[in-house]
Write a protein that binds this ligand. Sequence first.
Ligand SMILES: [Zn+2]
Length: 243
Amino acid sequence: MNNNNHQNGHHLHSIPLKKNGQSKQEEITKLFEEMGEQHILTSINTPLRPDAFDLSDDEKVKAIEKHFKAIMDILGLDLTDDSLKGTPHRVAKMYVKEIFAGLNPNNKPSVTLFDNKYQYDEMLVERDITFHSNCEHHFVPIIGKAHVAYIPNKKVIGLSKINRLVQYFAKRPQVQERLTMQIAQDLKKTLETEDVAVLLEADHACVITRGVNDVNSSTVTSKFYGKFEDPNYRKMFLQLIKR
Ligand SMILES: [Zn+2]
């Protein structure tokens, strides 16, 4: 599959279309059938190598610092300048310990679940969860809001834990579609319910500050599972996240 179609928007995959008489829709359906479950699962996981955590965080900071210094050097920047000399270390530390800390499963927030003693069986919506991520194609910020809903089964979750889970998955090089799926699937598993909805709206610095330089566009992605696949639940969710 060709993944390199970022210019046309944030799609996980481009779909090569043949001109052999098949309609576009037939061709797309056929391609998705051929890709099957396996394809969907592999694209939801962040593509990490098995040796991704062989180096310690501090070893990574040291190595990245060296490489980032080389980048600045190649750009012709004077690294003896007081304002610049600390930058390679700052960037390396920020990558490993802050903005990409969500790559490491050890940094996943622990989630305490509570028994659903009230037998609450209506939708719970946590809206306007601010998240900061970075586009994996350009390594510049994606800044947005997540709206998450679930219908409790036997367990409920502390509300701030939903925010923390969103932020954990955001702290990776991302595409918005994958971020949406990772949050939705993790909540389904954690809460032992199928009934989960996730909607993200975000601004992408790679669209705003370069390329098409469009300051007004934003990107909306959503994933609905279980009861949220029903248009009535979906409608209620969409109404509740509006003011
Ligand atoms: Zn980008």
